[in-house]
Design a binder for this molecule. Structure first.
Ligand code: ADP
Ligand code: GLC
Length: 480
């Protein structure tokens, strides 16, 4: 089985969020199952720098409108083959994958990800310049959303799967881009790529893909509702027979407290002493009072409304009065960054915030915190709450999407059944958040119960096997 996996980010080369982790770990799992899978990725400077030994596979001459590009081949550190699009004009610049240094979207994102989509389609149809043609093309999020549309209007197209990692980001651009990106005029209609008088990359993917998946069973249902469909609920409901929710797994090698090189001391379920050493190190490094007994709440993630960071910032003074400590790591909305730093300054020793993207620190927080905060308003899957469970750090989550599919609320019964693995919040407001945090802190002080809860978390299997098999089954079905 030959699969082309088109994505705009993949760890460890370029990462803004969970898509990068999933792109790396899912393809590795499929590769391990014997699938000839190749990742197609833009050649950002971070990628070219990390992989100096890429070979030129072919030059790509495209229709007018797109700059010239070359396709380079190489592989990820884990051995999964890569196809990197070299196009200096669109990809080689400072800043990030989607935004400039000031956090503003690149003005030519339609062209940047139009090219990614277009090349994915080109490699998957009769005109491919390579002597390798996939049986399946797997697209991810809006950045590759035009691929299914291009394929619909091509000869000899491979079937395609479109995975929604986050419906909140849709890639919406002015309608004149339809022609500039070489899409046929007939695609620009409600039964096509048009979305409220604009071109929508996400809608194009959802409309033309042969099959749609999203990253948890609960989110697959939620995106069919007005509340979380972001305007696409009608189309998703219409396509519900072709829509499957497959829970993300995690890379259990990369995220393993027994071997993690970012920890000061490794640990496992049988010997948890190392976890306390990481808490001490985290408190020291982040300038908190060294105190083994205070519950330490940790948050890692994008500072956005989605993640509920605003509510955490709002209750922070009451949270530390429980008493407790709080650590925040993330970047995103400027207001939230500012508020987090102000709290850290005002309550120094009790609250500490680091604004930025820091992978090693994120590992240390998963290990050193006692309770992991993730009260997202919506969460397609979420990876951090799975990482934290694996590190014996019960998460506090809101009852939504992948969070309900991966965390079971603590109570005496669920604990006894070996199922409880965290704390679930049922209403997104400051009162409920604080009450749930207080409940978590109380359980934390009951050492025996806390150990049992940590044990439940740590024995859970979040590996990719089952989910990779589910993708494989979909590929197989589409190939028939
Ligand atoms: P999302 O993709 O919506 O951001 P996920 O929970 O699926 O949420 O994945 C987020 C990933 O990005 C996790 O691996 C998390 O540790 C990482 N991450 C997010 N923000 C930061 C940060 N500031 N520093 C380090 N890692 C981060
Ligand atoms: C998105 C979602 C997140 C999910 C990740 C990987 O960024 O916000 O919930 O875990 O994609 O699928």
């Amino acid at each position: 089985m030959q699969v082309l996996f088109a994505t705009s980010e993949v760890a460890p080369l370029i990462k803004t969020g969970g898509l990068a982790d999933v792109s790396a770990a899912l393809t590795a799992a499929l590769h391990g199952m014997g699938v000839d899978i190749r990742i197609l990725l833009p050649g950002y400077p971070q990628v070219l720098k990390a992989l100096p030994h890429l070979y030129v596979a072919t030059k790509i001459s495209m229709q007018p409108g797109f700059p010239a590009a070359r396709l380079l081949t190489g592989s990820l550190p884990n051995g999964v083959p890569l196809l990197v699009i070299e196009c200096a004009e669109l990809y080689e610049r400072g800043g990030g994958a989607y935004q400039d240094e000031n956090g503003l979207d690149w003005p030519d994102n339609a062209l940047r990800f139009g090219l990614l989509s277009k090349i994915a389609a080109l490699l998957s149809c009769a005109d491919t310049p390579l002597n390798w043609k996939p049986d399946i093309v797997h697209c991810n999020d809006w950045q590759t959303g035009l691929t299914p549309a291009y394929l619909h209007f091509s000869d000899g197209a491979a079937p395609c799967v479109m995975t929604v990692h986050n419906l909140a980001f849709q890639g919406i651009f002015p309608s004149h881009m339809v022609a500039e990106l070489g899409l046929p005029a007939e695609s620009y209609q409600p039964d096509g790529v048009e979305f409220y008088d604009n071109l929508s990359f996400m809608k194009a993917g959802l409309y033309y893909a042969d099959h749609i998946t999203t990253v948890s069973p609960s989110y697959a249902k939620e995106i069919q509702t007005d509340a979380l469909g972001f305007g696409l609920q009608g189309l998703l409901t219409y396509r519900r027979e072709d829509l499957t929710g497959i829970l993300n797994g995690i890379d259990t090698t990369e995220w393993n407290p027994a071997t993690d090189p970012d920890l000061v001391e490794t640990y496992d379920i049988k010997n948890m002493r190392g976890k306390s050493a990481n808490k001490r190190e985290l408190q020291k490094r982040m300038g908190l009072h060294i105190d083994p007994d205070l519950p330490l709440f940790g948050l890692v993630g994008r500072f956005t409304h989605q993640k509920g960071v605003d509510l955490v910032l709002e209750i922070a003074p009451q949270l530390i009065a429980l008493p407790a400590q709080l650590i925040l790591l993330g970047n995103g909305e400027v207001e939230m960054q500012r508020a987090a730093l102000a709290l850290s300054h005002h309550y120094s020793g009790q609250i500490s915030a680091y604004v930025g993207f820091d992978e090693p620190l994120s590992h240390l927080i998963e290990a050193g915190a006692d309770i992991f905060l993730m009260p997202s308003r919506f969460e397609p899957c979420g990876l951090n709450q799975m990482y934290s469970q694996r590190y014996g750090t019960p998460p506090l989550v809101y009852a939504t999407g992948g969070l309900i599919d991966t965390v079971l609320d603590y109570n005496a019964d669920s604990l006894e059944q070996g199922l409880a693995s965290g704390f679930v919040l049922h209403s997104m407001d400051t009162t409920s958040l604080l009450a749930t945090a207080r409940r978590a802190a109380m359980v934390y002080h009951d050492k025996k119960t806390w150990r049992a809860l940590q044990r439940n978390c740590m024995v859970k299997d979040f590996g990719w096997d089952q989910s990779a098999t589910a993708y494989h089954d979909i590929y197989t079905r589409l190939m028939r």
